[in-house]
Write a protein that binds this ligand. Structure first.
Ligand code: FES
Length: 179
């Protein structure tokens, strides 16, 4: 195998490991909250809140996991998640950008990264651009503190991000969209 191919394979492997770490971290937070609340069905809102905090939004897979753990029908959990404005379901943009504002990332400047994205995209955190291209959300610790500040672009974790890096990715998305 060529060196370049090996490098690519290693990079992909590293990406998989990091994505898995983010998922594990979210499940860890959910499991802890479930336990702390003794799997009580009336703790649903708190559990949804913690789940959202750890990844920036809720997706159907996570709602299913919570429904199963609380022995509630998925329709009920989904209904609660869509009824309250403080919950956001998987963002509607073609691309999603999640900026981690957890402590490790924040001290390394993730607030500046978020500010640069908000300015470039002309939207606030939690919003989607009017052309439906990009949704911008934040999370509290993605479980990738070792590579802080971390940003997840379309499900792929990128570490050590700066305002310049993230704007390059946005530019790349724009160019791809225009092709
Ligand atoms: S604080 Fe950002 S990944 Fe942990």
């Amino acid at each position: 195998m060529k060196v370049k191919t090996v490098d690519k394979a290693l990079q992909n492997k590293q990406k998989e490991v990091t994505i898995q770490a983010v998922k594990d971290k979210q499940l860890q937070v959910i499991n802890l909250t479930l336990k702390r609340n003794h799997y009580r069905q009336d703790a649903l809102i708190e559990i949804l809140h913690k789940a959202q905090e750890s990844s920036g939004y809720l997706d159907v897979e996570i709602l299913g996991y919570i429904a199963h753990a609380l022995k509630l029908p998925l329709s009920r959990v989904y209904g609660v998640a869509t009824f309250y404005h403080l919950f956001s379901l998987k963002p509607s943009g073609k691309h999603t950008c999640v900026v981690c504002l957890g402590t490790a990332c924040y001290v390394k400047g993730s607030d500046k990264v978020l500010a640069a994205l908000q300015q470039e995209l002309g939207i606030k955190c939690g919003e989607t651009t009017s052309d439906n291209e990009v949704s911008l959300v934040s999370a509290r610790c993605l479980g990738a503190c070792g590579i802080a500040p971390a940003v997840v672009f379309d499900g792929e974790v990128a570490g050590k991000q700066t305002a310049e890096n993230v704007l390059e990715t946005i530019e790349h998305w724009k160019q791809k969209g225009a092709e």
